[in-house]
Design a protein around this ligand. Structure first.
Ligand SMILES: Cc1cc2nc3c(=O)[nH]c(=O)nc-3n(C[C@H](O)[C@H](O)[C@H](O)COP(=O)(O)O)c2cc1C
Length: 302
């Protein structure tokens, strides 16, 4: 099987899983292309999603697309990748598998929407996978959720997915619809998620990206690292740029800033409220109020 793995991974967890999958697939004699699109400037800065895919992607039978779960959805920019996939043909395979990493709360809507988008692109989703990982928002908080994950505990799931891929036939016939297994969320949760789009939350819930100009040493590291290439400069001082100006609050920029010049507009108050909520719903480093079970899985569950 010729497998293409496309991955977007601001904090590295989804990439880690993609690499584990690549390794297992190669060991089982599959041919693999791993395409990490994180911070790809032609895609995210110039908006050339389709062109970049056309240029970078090699012929394959099956496509795996990996994304983090953001606000219970497939990350907003990754949806653009799904929407820009060319229809299957002699280069673009007809089989597909989405996978996500997430902090342990509500991956169902995200995986179900990935399956739906893949079907819409003319592909047949033959499986899906979710892997519990560290919750990157907790990097900003006093509670560390799932610190150190994913690690070796993810390997059995990745190996199972690699087995299923290796066993799959390129001319897959009828595939059992497993969408219902994925989307276990109740009506209320689905409705709230339908309204509370990730983009709205970035705009209204999370504090905005701000730079303290006096502290900034104009090194450009934040501009380079931004996974969605939304940081530009004005007089060499970083500021949000691009038509939609949307920061995805992954904190890659704060991680590389040598002088802690990047802050968030409304100050620490906002984070303390998010911190308070996460503290309430977490224990021993995991989110105990999550109804999600199992936390990691390969679908359809057999
Ligand atoms: C803005 C934002 C929203 C998130 N929303 C969710 C969520 O709804 N549920 C969840 O379990 N994890 C959520 N997470 C955590 C990420 O899904 C998790 O850390 C993921 O593994 C990150 O993938 P990456 O390391 O490949 O970037 C969120 C993270 C961010 C930054």
């Amino acid at each position: 099987m010729r497998v293409l793995i496309i991955v977007f991974s601001p904090a590295g967890s989804t990439l880690k899983i993609a690499k584990q999958l690549e390794e297992r697939l190669i060991a089982a004699n599959n041919q693999v292309q791993l395409l990490n699109v994180t911070a790809n400037s032609s895609m995210f800065k110039d908006g050339k999603f389709r062109e970049t895919l056309e240029e970078k992607v090699e012929a394959h039978d099956l496509i795996c697309i990996g994304s983090p779960v953001y606000e219970k959805h497939i990350e907003w920019y990754v949806k653009k990748i799904f929407k820009n996939l060319p229809k299957p043909d002699s280069k673009w395979g007809a089989l597909a598998i989405p996978f996500v990493t997430y902090g342990g709360v509500s991956s169902g809507i995200a995986l179900a929407e990935a399956v739906k988008m893949l079907k819409k692109s003319g592909r047949t989703p033959i499986a899906a996978m979710k892997i519990e990982a560290s919750h990157i928002v907790s990097k900003k908080l006093t509670v560390r959720v799932n610190e150190g994950m994913p690690g070796i505990e993810a390997l059995p799931f990745v190996s199972e997915l690699a087995d299923r891929i290796s066993e799959a036939e390129t001319n897959h016939g009828q595939v059992k619809d497993f969408s219902k297994q994925l989307n276990y969320q109740n009506f209320k949760e689905k409705t709230v998620c339908g309204i509370m789009k990730e983009s709205l939350l970035h705009k209204y819930k999370y504090p905005a990206f701000t730079v303290v100009a006096d502290k900034c040493v104009k090194c450009g590291k934040c501009v380079e690292v931004c996974p969605v290439q939304r940081i530009g400069t004005e007089n060499e001082v970083p500021k949000m740029a691009g038509k939609d100006k949307m920061c995805i609050h992954c904190f890659s920029c704060t991680g590389v800033c040598p002088t802690e010049a990047i802050t968030f507009e409304k100050g620490e108050e906002d984070w303390s409220e998010i911190d308070r909520i996460l503290k309430l719903v977490s224990a021993e480093g995991s989110l105990f109020n999550s109804m999600e079970t199992p936390r990691s899985a390969v679908y359809p569950i057999r």
